[in-house]
Design a binder for this molecule. Structure first.
Ligand code: HPA
Length: 271
């Protein structure tokens, strides 16, 4: 099946089975960051497994659910869990859900992730100002989908300056530990070596992770307004002496869960 047909089939299936109208924005919730979904009013849950052409992930902390509901009076679509490149999926599979959002005419997107910190503290929330995608296989490689955007899309403001300002204002107002910085995508699944991190630090990277950037590139290609939020779940390799593990990542996200939810609720209201 052609890629465009795959997207269309998924979108039609959703529209034929659920009320997909009037959605104000979409959120992608990273590892362990799915709990805001519990705050949704009138939630409708759909398993990724049931949606044609959606892949599912096997990573702990990712639920593989699409949930629609209301927060702060706004209708939101939540992707609770995401599809990763390191699980052997193609970049087209990784970003297919974003294309479905495009076809549903959703214009605003909040991307969240768990990340290793090169600067800052564990438990801090980092608003993504920009990203380094030099290590990311570009998800737009292949035939350009003219329906969505142009062949050579501009990337000078992937993350909306307006949304960054808003998120920082709300975060500071709430007194949460918040900062802004540059996120670097690495494929994973192995964590970085201390030397990787040393090099990235000299480049000015603040946080590293294994997601978000493919989705941001595709979302920007189609003109979405994007806000990116990293939760610094651990210090990156070599910054602390401790070995890295996914359990620590999930534990930190659960500790900051309340602050993260408060920030998101504030942002959703005004984004
Ligand atoms: N590196 C890469 N990805 C991550 C990390 C990290 O230290 N922490 C959470 N996701």
């Amino acid at each position: 099946m052609k890629y465009l047909d795959k997207i269309t089939v998924a979108k039609n299936w959703l529209e034929n089975n659920y009320d997909m109208s009037g959605i104000d924005m979409a959120l992608v919730l990273g590892s362990g960051l799915g709990s805001i979904a519990e705050r949704l009013e009138k939630p409708i849950e759909i398993n990724f497994n049931d949606i044609p052409n959606f892949k599912t992930g096997k990573v702990k902390g990712h639920n593989n659910k699409l949930i629609i509901g209301y927060i702060q009076g706004r209708k939101v679509l939540i992707l609770q869990g995401r599809i990763h490149f390191y699980e052997g999926n193609s970049m087209l599979d990784v970003t297919l859900p974003i294309r479905v959002l495009n076809m549903l005419k959703i214009k605003k997107l909040i991307l969240t992730n768990a990340a290793g910190g090169l600067t800052g503290d564990v438990g801090q929330l980092m608003i993504i100002e920009d990203h380094l995608d030099l290590f990311c296989q570009n998800p737009l490689i292949g035939e350009n989908l003219e329906e969505f955007g142009e062949r050579f899309p501009d990337m000078s403001e992937v993350y909306s300056k307006k949304a960054i300002k808003l998120a920082l204002k709300i975060g500071m107002g709430l007194g949460v530990k918040i900062t802004k910085g540059t996120y670097c995508y690495l494929t994973g699944p192995s964590y970085e070596t201390p030397f990787d991190i040393k090099v990235l630090k000299t480049l000015g990277v603040n946080a590293v992770g294994m997601s978000t950037v493919p989705e941001a590139i595709v979302a920007k290609h189609s003109g979405m307004e994007i806000l990116g939020i990293s939760c610094i779940t651990n210090l990156a390799a070599g910054i602390s002496e401790k070995p890295l593990n996914h359990l620590e990542v999930v534990e930190t996200t659960s500790k900051v869960s309340n602050e993260f939810i408060k920030l998101l609720e504030g942002v959703i209201k005004e984004f």
